[in-house]
Design a protein around this ligand. Sequence first.
Ligand SMILES: NC(=O)c1ccc[n+]([C@@H]2O[C@H](COP(=O)([O-])OP(=O)(O)OC[C@H]3O[C@@H](n4cnc5c(N)ncnc54)[C@H](OP(=O)(O)O)[C@@H]3O)[C@@H](O)[C@H]2O)c1
Length: 308
Amino acid sequence: MFAMALSQYGGPEVLEATELPEPKVGPDSVLLRTRAVGVNPVDYKIREGALDGLIPSHFPLVPGFDVAGVVERVGPAVVGIAVGDEVVAYNRQDHLEVGTYAELTSVPQRAVALRPTSVGWAEAGALPLVGLTAYQAIIDRLDLRKGETLLVHAASGGVGTMAVQIAGILGAEVVGTAGDRNQDRVTAFGATAVPYGDGLVDRVRALYPEGVDAVLDLVGGQALDDSPELVRDPARICSIIDPQRALDLGGSYHFCRPDADQLATLAGWVDEGRLRIDVGRTLPLAEAAEAQRLQEQGEVVGKIVLTA
Ligand SMILES: NC(=O)c1ccc[n+]([C@@H]2O[C@H](COP(=O)([O-])OP(=O)(O)OC[C@H]3O[C@@H](n4cnc5c(N)ncnc54)[C@H](OP(=O)(O)O)[C@@H]3O)[C@@H](O)[C@H]2O)c1
């Protein structure tokens, strides 16, 4: 099968078109024929070797966690998913090797849900990782409730726009930080927008003198360090960037995990028109190196998606 894979860590150029054997399908897994693959910052971090010490990794390594596609085969223990089903998945496994930048990908059933049908393949393929990350951080870690206030650091990106909308679905009020060019974008997704950078504490304090109920940090650094001054209880700071710093501040860290039920909930919200996935650019799978370059440069507004 055709795949984009790396045989060594490095720049975008190490991501090469490759012919690989069709993936084997374990008892609890399904084989998907890829239609769309959401590109995420973790993809280029893996290519650069940043996760090598954390997750067992094997070359040739096919990157990619997000996928939307059609079920081509099911393992003998799989119940409730059939050949021909159109699905989405967050295919992050314990080893990095069989990712989604490929014509075919083998995915455990625990990571698979029916795709939202009211949107195109590209939107569906961009949903899993950013949707699940925001959902789990806000609901499982921060336990955000109706009527509460949430500050999202980096609200204009993939995870940020999901977080703003999910908090809104829960009935919470959101203030989100973004660069100058994205202030209107954050407002359009349903949050009060504030510029990040120097003076952020004063700007948020002006809106919420008593502090907010919870903080979701999607950027780390100064934004995370400023968070205890902005939240009533530091236990309700969750970072997806900096585990040690988040714990030192009394908060929590979250790493996205596959969850079929949560993914089905997200797909349902999309079909109900309550959750919007904004795709900024699509490229063919063979142009994965260019897609990662664009992702790393941060110039595309909206999700970057590979199509197959
Ligand atoms: N732990 C996990 O499981 C997990 C899961 C998903 C993502 N992540 C990580 O979370 C980060 C965000 O992911 P993403 O997919 O949302 O990335 P993204 O779509 O590339 O968005 C990044 C955003 O960061 C904003 N930003 C840059 N500098 C900032 C600053 N100083 N203060 C506030 N915002 C700033 C940018 O805003 P402007 O463009 O408006 O300047 C941009 O919208 C990445 O590092 C990713 O690897 C971790």
